[in-house]
Ligand binder design. Structure first.
Ligand code: SF4
Length: 377
């Protein structure tokens, strides 16, 4: 039995339960986009554990030095996730992880008495077990769990999840957060849970406090949902494919025979279109890589990059045109009548104007509803 992670439950909800069968069968899928995050998480784990070892917070110099060493190590070292070797990390992703962790640690410290990358696992009756226990049906690893007594002698469990993405909205109420709250609550029985999602890219943190006692019914309900989902999703050979609109952006679309069959055979033209788009999208990055230097041509059709003339402006164009117009005796309003200001440009100007002027311009930014064709997810 392969234990289920919160991300697996999310995948089954977002696409279909059959994704877990494909994952279990080691069906290849593109994970390259996650590599900066993987590297950044590893850096923060090592920094946190080093602070624990030293029994004090690390200085800025120690932090910078340690990040440097870890990045050198990441270039050559093979990492494993649940015993499965990870593909080598591209140098660009390691470099990006280095930059964002250096920046984040300049303003944030890691406690020296927290658990980093703490493992949790439960069996079919939701009894805790070791992470690699063959009876585990559910397991998860949390980036940081810091349990301490606050000034009122309440036990607080601060549960932090690092994200390397720019946007973290909507992350406080998802299945991952619920799973983290449940497993930490079951293990430490704190009075208060602080659920924290931190973007190490922007420094933004979203937090939510859960008082454990009054919220016990909710925590039990979440635990029941996780147990049910894990019991169902661990029955790998009984998972049913649901090809259709949900195949769009499914990481397995390119290798899933049900999506391919659906794209070829469905009688429902919209579903057929969506499955075909899902397949095309899942193949796009590979097709781009293959055709980067050698476009593929058949008859008068080419797939790949072709040279195309694009009209552009010289870097000094704005200044040169403005000066020429002023010399010709035009005033600023006349010049403006030729220019169509975009919303982004207006926002930039507003941002830099004094508050008093900004207040007078509230009406200029408007919102209207338009329709846009496509597959929206
Ligand atoms: S491609 Fe479609 S049918 Fe196949 S696993 Fe993904 S969502 Fe399910």
């Amino acid at each position: 039995m392969i234990p289920i992670h919160p991300s697996n439950i999310k995948m089954a909800e977002q696409y279909c339960q059959y994704t877990l069968k494909l994952l279990h069968d080691n069906t290849p899928y593109d994970r390259r986009v996650f590599q900066t995050g993987v590297a950044a998480h590893y850096i923060l784990e090592v920094l946190g554990k080093k602070a624990n070892q030293e029994q004090r917070e690390l200085s800025q110099e120690e932090t910078t030095e340690t990040i440097e060493t870890i990045c050198k190590e990441l270039v050559s070292k093979t990492r494993y996730y649940d015993g499965v070797p990870e593909p080598p990390m591209p140098l660009q992703d390691i470099h990006e992880a280095k930059l964002i962790t250096e920046k984040w640690t300049r303003w944030n410290t890691l406690p020296h008495d927290a658990n980093y990358e703490e493992e949790f696992a439960f069996d079919k009756d939701m009894n805790p077990c070791t992470y690699n226990d063959p009876n585990a049906i559910f397991r998860t690893i949390i980036d940081m769990v810091h349990v301490y007594k606050d000034e009122n002698q309440q036990t607080v469990a601060h549960v932090r999840d690092y994200k390397s993405s720019w946007y973290i909205t909507g992350q406080l109420d998802n299945i991952q957060r619920k799973a983290q709250a449940v497993v930490v609550w079951m293990k430490y029985r704190p009075d208060v849970l602080i659920m924290d999602v931190t973007s190490i890219r922007t420094g933004q943190s979203l937090t939510k406090q859960i008082q454990a006692l009054p919220n016990e019914p909710m925590l039990y309900e979440w635990a029941d949902f996780i147990k049910l989902a894990a019991l169902k999703l661990t029955q790998i050979n009984k998972l049913i494919p649901q090809p259709g609109l949900n195949c769009y952006q499914c990481p397995f679309a390119r290798s899933c025979r049900f999506a391919v069959e659906f794209a070829n055979k469905s009688n429902h033209v919209v579903k057929k279109y969506s499955a075909a788009k899902a397949l095309a999208k899942s193949l796009e990055s590979e097709v781009k890589a293959i055709t980067k230097d050698n476009p593929v041509t058949q008859g008068n059709t080419t797939v790949g990059y072709v040279a195309k003339e694009t009209k552009a402006l010289h870097k000094d164009a704005n200044e040169d045109i403005l000066n020429a117009a002023l010399q010709a005796g035009w005033d600023i309003y006349e010049i403006f009548s030729y220019i169509n200001m975009t919303r982004t440009q207006a926002e930039k100007i507003l941002k830099d104007l004094p508050q008093e002027q900004r207040d007078k311009l509230e009406h200029v930014l408007t919102t209207k509803i338009t329709t846009r064709f496509g597959i929206h997810k």
